[in-house]
Unconditional design. Structure first.
Length: 218
């Protein structure tokens, strides 16, 4: 079994000063009945969790790349700039995990966005809102499962950026006056939601065709 510090500590810290959005440990990654293009072995321990985060970042990067490359009718300059900025962040997140994982990184996953109407503003913003809040909940749920403090620190800098993305999307979706601070996602104690891997994958399954597997997940 690979050591929890098997990934170079310097790979993590090298990125730590850069602003940089599922994930799983402790559970099996089910197929969910999807016919995958291939199966990806996430590995074990912290490596598996980082690969899980890498898969989700690939999903988000692919989504925003498609949005930027295929703007919906009537898109404004502000909306274009917002989507391009978020795309660049998500691509940076994806490349961070790929570099940190090195030879242990899973291949590029295959995504399926056929259920999203990229030609309609409401369809794009609703999907973006769902992806961002799912990513936040996924990182919050996976963080406590990491054993390496360096990885946890890096994850914290990413999830904070994801929260900024969620706020930007909420403002576009509901308007400045209608976008409350995390409505529906923050509990009575003022804490953001956290989701366990099975729940995250269940919500992400319509968009990920690749089967993600790890023998270390129970």
């Amino acid at each position: 079994m690979m050591s929890q510090r098997g990934i170079s500590r310097r790979r993590i810290l090298r990125w730590g000063g850069t602003a940089a959005s599922v994930v799983i440990c402790g559970v099996a990654l089910p197929n969910f009945g999807i016919e995958p293009a291939f199966a990806a072995d996430l590995g074990e321990g912290d490596v598996a969790i980082l690969n899980y985060a890498y898969a989700l970042e690939q999903l988000e990067a692919a989504f925003y790349t498609k949005v930027a490359d295929n703007p919906f009718k009537g898109i404004t300059q502000q909306e274009t700039e917002t989507f391009v900025q978020i795309r660049d962040h998500e691509v940076a997140h994806k490349e961070f995990f790929k570099k940190a994982l090195g030879d242990h990184a899973i291949p590029e996953i295959e995504v399926d966005f056929s259920k999203i109407d990229f030609g309609r503003r409401s369809g794009v913003l609703s999907a973006a809102d769902a992806f961002e809040n799912l990513g936040i909940a996924a990182f919050n749920g996976a963080g406590p499962l990491l054993s390496n403090a360096d990885y946890l620190s890096a994850a914290g800098t990413i999830v904070s950026v994801e929260a900024r993305h969620a706020a930007m999307i909420a403002a576009l979706l509901h308007g400045p006056s209608g976008a409350s601070a995390g409505e529906g996602h923050i509990n009575d104690q003022g804490l953001d939601g956290a989701m366990q891997p099975r729940a995250v994958l269940s919500k992400a399954k319509p968009f990920i065709k690749t089967s993600l597997n790890s023998a270390s997940f129970k």
